[in-house]
Design a protein around this ligand. Structure first.
Ligand code: THU
Length: 141
């Protein structure tokens, strides 16, 4: 898929980040997933006063897609930035738990788009590069 086709996915991730509920870390994340059927689901991170219960944007977006009936995710976009530095250049990368949840629903070749908050870059990395030797359902026999 070419870059122009990613515009809606990138925009959805960016839009979701503006709705992050992150009063504790003050780090806003937005994620969007494109399903194999062409639908986009997006979500931000949602924190909790019991810090460990905070939920990542990528997981929330995938759960929204799967809850709506999707079972195959083709592409994922992520953006993250400190609330007080929304135009930073740094790329936020998905945490390990989110990578494992991605592997459940997306193939190794799926593109994960890391969006620079300042708009300077959208770097594509294959899910298989982010989580090599992943544990998946094949291992269950
Ligand atoms: N966060 C995400 O939403 N996704 C990640 O992949 C990494 C971290 C959130 C969790 C927490 O609300 C904040 O970013 C700081 O860790």
């Amino acid at each position: 898929m070419s870059a122009p086709d990613d515009a809606a996915l990138v925009a959805a991730a960016r839009d979701s980040a503006t709705r992050a509920y992150a009063p504790y870390s003050r780090f806003c994340v937005g994620a969007a997933v494109l399903t194999a059927d062409g639908e986009i689901f997006a979500a931000p991170n949602i924190e909790n006063a019991s810090y460990g219960l905070s939920l990542c944007a990528e997981t929330n977006a995938i759960m929204a897609a799967v809850s709506a009936g999707a079972r195959a995710i083709a592409r994922i976009a992520v953006v993250g930035y400190p609330a007080d530095a929304p135009h930073t250049r740094s790329l936020a990368t998905p945490c390990g738990r989110c990578r494992q949840i991605m592997v459940e629903f997306a193939p190794r070749e799926a593109g994960v788009l890391l969006i620079a908050p300042d708009g300077s870059e959208v770097r594509e990395v294959a899910l298989g590069e982010l989580l090599p030797f992943a544990f998946d359902s094949d291992a269950l026999g």
